[in-house]
Design a protein around this ligand. Structure first.
Ligand SMILES: [Zn+2]
Length: 100
């Protein structure tokens, strides 16, 4: 699992929603419910809950939360930097935080 580091920018759920745009529904249905939990040890079918969202330096996103089933730690790494259509929204979110 990718780890957090000090350069990660914690962002809000509304920011993530802006980044995903039309893919928001896909994110909620397919990503949140397809995480890997080391305790439950199934395939990638754990649901992440109570998660925090971090924007990595290279524009990937890390979700850090808990498994809905067992409460164990669950992380999900999203390679948003590889998706061209997300780039503009990511830069807007980043500049909003870095302006403060
Ligand atoms: Zn679990």
């Amino acid at each position: 699992m990718a780890k957090r580091n000090k350069n990660d920018l914690k962002i809000a759920q509304e920011d993530l929603k802006k980044i995903y745009g039309r893919d928001w529904e896909f994110f909620q249905k397919k990503i949140l419910n397809n995480c890997y939990c080391g305790n439950c040890k199934g395939p990638y079918n754990a649901t992440i809950t109570d998660y925090e969202i971090f924007l990595k330096k290279l524009n990937d996103i890390l979700l850090s939360g808990k498994c809905k089933t067992c409460g164990g730690p669950v992380g999900r790494y999203l390679e948003t930097s590889e998706v061209f259509v997300y780039a503009e929204a990511i830069e807007k979110v980043r500049s909003k935080y870095e302006a403060n």
